[in-house]
Design a protein around this ligand. Structure first.
Ligand SMILES: Cc1ncc(C[n+]2csc(CCOP(=O)(O)OP(=O)(O)O)c2C)c(N)n1
Ligand SMILES: [Mg+2]
Length: 401
């Protein structure tokens, strides 16, 4: 498998210039496939086989995690995966315009989400269904966005969960500004401090907005955890096309710490996120976390990944399934019995039925509603457009419908 480091240019030295480290043909081919190994720097607490590995730096952040807590994390992941699969099926049946699968990224999102305290603010991209769940947002509330009936029905101030952002990387600037505000408002500085977490992908790291967010957060010591889910792909572009070095190492150039965690290990993402949030709430932010994971399904329901990646790559990542490793761990150490797994399965099935019934019963909004939330203040131009639209639709039998 390729590694971006292998492509790095040589360090300049005295004397004639060395030949640049051009990728070999094998590396180019491998570069079109994802890197499957996170390298020795990967923080992992649970192996894919469900064994607990000791980590002197991060063990203390999960020292209090009981078998009941692990069962709760397992339940979170199973339920969000079930909701994700149901929504994907609803799209296939024409009930949603599009769906953005989170399959494979459950541990990254649940670990990060459960590390946050209620007052901590989260800024998602469009794939953060697992983080939404940890902020108390029911998957039903996500459906309207993808059915085209609303822009997200939750109250961001109350839930501490910003609306989904489709424009790649834009939420990083929003989050940097928000976290700077937390600092200006004196909400940072001790154990009761607040922090913000912003979620974005490997591809987003090539966006100007993300770099600007890094700069602003760094120079203002903003309490911001940059949580990058490196799922190896930005639609059809592999991570090797985004960076010549591991993404977490980018933080160094901006002057804050960066760390790479096994994004398929919920215990490790919980521990590392707790550490990063702690640093931020004490005033030592920002921090970059690269959660090394894999997008197991298509980019969205409009995408066909068989056109650009090999199926053996997916097979390799299936062995690192985030849910399976917690299940094996619970079984191995007697943390759960068969009855527990069956009850979670039954709960997941009931959730799927609830989602389906809710989706089928969603009313179509009146077309005039599209004018309602464009601006906070009334706009004469928009008012004129709405009046023209209403006059036009009034000419049809049944008016707007
Ligand atoms: C500014 C901008 N450019 C392009 C797009 C189209 N687009 C949507 S998703 C995506 C890839 C993002 O990849 P990544 O950041 O790795 O996130 P992932 O989807 O893998 O979670 C692109 C290019 C967009 N939404 N916004
Ligand atoms: Mg990606």
């Amino acid at each position: 498998m390729s590694s971006p480091e292998q492509w790095t240019h040589p360090e300049p030295r005295e004397g004639p210039a060395a030949t640049a480290a051009a990728p070999t043909a094998e590396q180019v081919i491998a570069g079109l496939r994802a890197t499957s190994e996170g390298g020795p720097e990967l923080v992992q607490l649970l192996t894919p086989e469900g064994e607990r590995v000791q980590n002197p730096r991060f063990d203390r952040y999960v020292a209090e995690v009981t078998a009941a807590d692990l069962r709760a994390l397992y339940r979170d992941m199973v339920l969000v995966r079930r909701a994700d699969r149901e929504a994907n099926a609803l799209q296939r049946q024409g009930q949603l315009g599009i769906w953005v699968p989170l399959l494979g990224q459950e541990a990254a999102q649940i670990g990060a989400g459960r590390a946050m305290r209620p007052a901590d603010m989260a800024f998602p991209s469009y794939r953060e269904h697992g983080v939404a769940w940890t902020k108390g947002i029911h998957p039903k509330e996500l459906l309207g966005i993808f059915r085209g009936t609303d822009h997200g029905s939750w109250d961001s101030a109350e839930t501490r969960f910003h609306p989904y952002t489709i424009v790649i990387g834009n939420q990083v600037l929003n989050a940097a500004g928000y976290a700077m505000g937390q600092r200006f408002d004196g909400k940072v500085g001790d154990d009761d401090g607040e922090a913000t977490m912003v979620f974005f992908g490997d591809g987003a790291t090539s966006q100007g907005d993300v770099h600007e967010g890094f700069v602003w957060a760094a120079v203002y010591d903003a309490p911001l955890v940059f949580f990058c889910q490196n799922n190896q792909w930005a639609i059809s572009e592999p991570t090797e096309r985004q960076s010549r070095l591991p993404l977490y190492q980018r933080a160094r150039g901006y002057g804050f710490p960066g760390i790479r965690v096994d994004g398929n290990d919920v215990l490790a993402t919980l521990a590392v996120s707790r550490w990063a949030l702690d640093e931020c709430r004490h005033g030592n932010g920002p921090v970059l976390i690269e959660a090394f994971t894999y997008r197991m399904d298509a980019h969205t329901t409009t995408d066909d990944p068989t056109r650009y990646r090999h199926s053996d790559e997916l097979e390799a990542w299936k062995l690192k399934d985030p849910i399976e490793r917690v299940r094996v761990h619970l079984v191995r150490y007697g943390g759960a019995d068969q009855g527990f797994f069956e009850s979670v399965q039954a709960e997941a099935d009931a959730l799927a039925v609830e989602l389906r019934e809710f989706c089928f019963a969603m009313p179509d909004p009146p077309p005039r509603q599209m004018f309602d939330h464009v601006y906070a203040e009334p706009s004469p131009v928009l008012d004129a457009q709405r009046d023209e639209f209403l006059a036009y639709t009034a000419g049809f039998a049944g008016g707007e419908h």
